[in-house]
Design a protein around this ligand. Structure first.
Ligand code: SF4
Length: 458
């Protein structure tokens, strides 16, 4: 079965599942209420904040090569190493080579969608390196052997009872539905993981060019321990994560926190300036930053799609999307779900496999309305539909059916004949009990002709 038909089957199953719908609705309702309250407290003028963020990101895109090189020079000067990975395979191989060089048996990771994008865990595990997720939500989906359900809250679909049962089965913890107790189970398990891991792998929410700094925001403190405890810290970041100045964080940190989780600021915001320096008592001896392309340059070179590289992965468009709110994240079978996923997955992983996601949208524009960097997401979805047609990425029978449809619709008389033929000859008219004679005749003029004659008059 094609990926597109599998998507339809999964989406239909999820849409019919009341328990799934209730869990998802509860989580998003709580998010909506938090965002409403925080936004008005944190931003005097939300529209202006979004416009400013979009302008800064557009400036970044106009100077992307220069800013990335500035970041590289500053990171190298601070003692870090920078690797430019053109493909997912380049990034995976670099991390594996590092693990092998340091004879790592175990790697600890904090939440990072870009490592999901390149399939890092699977690659390391295939080569005998154990990987542990340290973010609570990521740990839950890892133990369940699932993929993240949402780009910000990966275990959003799980109830406390399900998490309790999972921890009982996999970590031998007592059954409890007390959220604090469940968190402590994960905490006790992870302490030992931090101390016994040779590599700590994180993503980056932002890279600051004028400082050569890596910025990581989080709520559990796990990313800090992932960066600080193992002797080697590896950062994997998409090229678009760059910001020009440290001062830009005063806008982007609250913007991300508000849109991502409805907080004014996340609990921990780390700005990392290279590996441990001579005068410092702790931190990793080595720090490597992998700048990942994996299709981003191709997007960058297409003026029509470039704005998607403004994305700060806040997840707000998922929470606003009526389709995501009905079918949830797993139906997409994609690293990035919801509207943002529907735009970028075909560019990163091929239109042949993911072009159908552009149709998983009512084009209502709710995603564009909430995007904190003003990405016109629903129009990009339309552009993806057009690109799929231009690249002939749809199945042959679909293309043939659309050509036939266009031929019939192009001529009113032809449409009338086909319509009569269908209604008269088609056997199911008897099932409907609607004789052809009852159907009203088609208008002799098309809508466009009528519009031209009457202008905008009703
Ligand atoms: S497209 Fe906009 S709303 Fe969606 S994740 Fe990116 S920044 Fe957030």
């Amino acid at each position: 079965m094609s990926e597109s038909r599998q998507f339809l089957a999964r989406a239909a199953a999820k849409a019919r599942n009341d328990q799934h719908f209730n869990q998802l609705s509860k989580a998003i309702a709580s998010y909506d209420s938090m965002v409403r309250q925080t936004r008005s407290r944190q931003f005097q003028n939300w529209a202006q904040a979004r416009a400013l963020a979009a302008t800064i990101k557009d400036d970044v895109l106009a100077r992307l090569p220069e800013l990335l090189e500035q970041f590289e020079q500053n990171m190298l000067a601070a003692g870090g190493k920078v690797f430019w990975a053109e493909t997912a395979e380049d990034a995976r191989s670099y991390v594996l080579a590092l693990a092998q060089k340091h004879q790592a048996k175990r790697v600890v990771k904090s939440k990072s969608m870009v490592t999901e994008e390149i399939g890092l865990n699977e690659h390391l595990e295939q080569h005998g390196v154990e990987v542990w997720e340290s973010d609570l939500g990521e740990l839950i989906v890892q133990l369940e052997r699932e993929k993240p359900y949402h780009i910000v809250t990966p275990a959003m679909h799980k109830s406390k009872a399900e998490i309790s049962r999972l921890f009982h089965d996999k970590l031998h913890a007592p059954l409890t539905e007390d959220a604090e107790e469940l968190t402590l189970v994960a905490r006790r398990h992870l302490r030992e993981v931090y101390l016994s891991s040779t590599l700590g792998v994180t993503g980056a929410n932002f890279l600051v060019a004028d400082l050569g700094a890596v910025v990581v925001t989080e709520n559990e403190g796990n990313a800090r321990l992932t960066m600080a405890c193992p002797p080697v810290h590896v950062v994997i970041a998409g090229l678009e994560k760059i910001l020009p100045r440290l001062s830009d964080l005063s806008l982007f940190l609250p913007l991300l926190a508000t849109s991502g989780t409805g907080q004014e600021l996340t609990s921990y915001n780390s700005i990392v300036l290279g590996p441990r320096h001579a005068h410092e008592s702790d931190g990793p001896a080595e720090m490597h930053v992998i700048l990942l392309d994996n299709g981003r340059s191709a997007l960058y070179q297409q003026a029509a799609f470039r704005e998607i590289l403004r994305c700060i992965r806040c997840g707000a468009c998922l929470n606003a999307c009526p389709v995501y709110r009905t079918i949830g994240g797993h139906a997409y079978n994609a690293t990035y779900q919801g509207p943002i996923g529907a735009v970028i997955m075909p560019h990163y992983n091929g239109f042949g496999k993911y072009q159908h996601l552009a149709y998983a949208s009512s084009l209502c524009g709710a995603c564009s309305d909430v995007c904190p960097v003003q990405i016109d997401i629903h129009h990009l979805l339309l552009k993806n539909r057009r690109t799929a047609v231009e690249r002939r990425a749809q199945p042959w029978f679909w293309r043939a059916a659309m050509r036939l449809y266009a031929w019939v619709m192009a001529d009113a008389a032809r449409l009338q004949r086909v319509r009569h033929w269908l209604v008269r000859l088609w056997p199911w008219q008897r099932l409907w009990r609607r004789p052809a004679e009852q159907l009203p005749p088609l208008s002799p003029k098309s809508f466009r002709e009528l519009w031209r004659e009457h202008g905008s008059q009703p």
